[in-house]
Design a protein around this ligand. Structure first.
Ligand SMILES: [Zn+2]
Length: 298
């Protein structure tokens, strides 16, 4: 579901705001050689990654260097984590990144649900914690993540979402990636001033029938109080009241800042200004990823 406030900011369907193949990207040493699929820039953002890539080392033709003209320059996986408080538009950008880079989104929440649904032994353990309302312990969480990273479509990397949640998990993930001959290449932190977050989240109206969200100022429904799609009467969820929104932001930052500090020591964090349009934020994120060349001398 798209966060409220972004509906009006999406580029016209079928037009990539970063230009056609071959066009230079401002401030980037790379030239675009691949056109984003039109669906990326339609309002119905998809979170589905492209068809699973085969295993083995992958090339990134769309990151081909414009200097030297040798074409493909990267063949190692790209592992990233995206952090951003509720209302930061993180989910929208995650959907873009997984399609743009052809990597899967690794969300522990999704993985837990998948294991439970598949009835695995791990899934049964996970369920006992979740049913009690407890957090799933790190060792089980990491097993689930390890299993996900072993799947072929993660051969070219992954975008972690909602994980690592603690410094302990981050350190374990470092070890796991190291064993796979990988590393965390880039950690993106989408920052938005607190009151902007609150105004984006607060007052959000949700359709109880189809789940679509609206915002009185940023993304108003066409006819006051009714869903554009099915005409159901819109409601405000408790989560979207200003005081709840402020508390969610505070809790998020208390949990996340120590994890970011862990990655800051590795000099892989990019602080992204999350204000402005979706395309502006997306451009900042892509420039930060282009600058990620940590210690590879290229
Ligand atoms: Zn609806």
């Amino acid at each position: 579901m798209r966060p409220a406030g972004f509906a009006a900011a999406v580029a016209p369907a079928g037009r990539c705001p970063f230009g056609p193949p071959g066009s230079p990207r401002p401030g980037s040493p790379y030239t675009r050689v691949r056109l984003c699929s039109p669906s990326l820039f339609s309002p119905a953002l998809t979170r589905t990654p492209p068809a699973a890539a085969s295993s083995g080392r992958r090339t990134w033709p769309w990151l081909a260097s414009s200097e030297g003209g040798t074409g493909v320059t990267r063949s190692d996986p790209l592992n990233m984590t995206l952090f951003g408080p509720p209302g930061s538009g993180k989910g929208t950008q995650a959907g873009f990144l997984v399609e743009h880079f052809g990597i899967p989104q690794v969300s522990t929440g999704d993985l837990f649900r998948g294991e439970i649904k598949a009835g695995t032994e791990l899934g049964q353990k996970v369920k006992t914690y979740l049913d009690r309302g407890d957090l799933v312990p790190d060792d089980i969480t990491l097993k689930v993540v390890r299993r996900r990273l072993a799947r072929p479509d993660a051969g070219r990397g992954a975008l972690f979402d909602g994980f690592p949640r603690t410094v302990g998990q981050a350190a374990e993930l470092d070890r796991m990636l190291d064993q796979m001959g990988r590393r965390m290449d880039r950690v993106l932190f989408v920052q938005v001033p607190r009151e902007v977050l609150v105004s984006r989240m607060a007052g959000r109206l949700t359709c109880p029938r189809c789940g679509r969200t609206y915002h009185p100022e940023l993304a108003p429904p066409r006819s006051g109080g009714l869903c554009d799609v099915d005409g159901a009467e819109l409601v405000m969820r408790d989560d979207d009241r200003p005081e709840t929104a402020r508390r969610r932001i505070t809790v998020y930052l208390e949990q996340t800042l120590p994890v970011l500090a862990h990655y800051r020591q590795q000099h892989v964090v990019s602080d992204i200004d999350g204000t402005g349009s979706i395309e502006e934020v997306r451009g900042r994120i892509l420039r930060a990823i282009d600058g990620r060349r940590r210690g590879d001398g290229s």
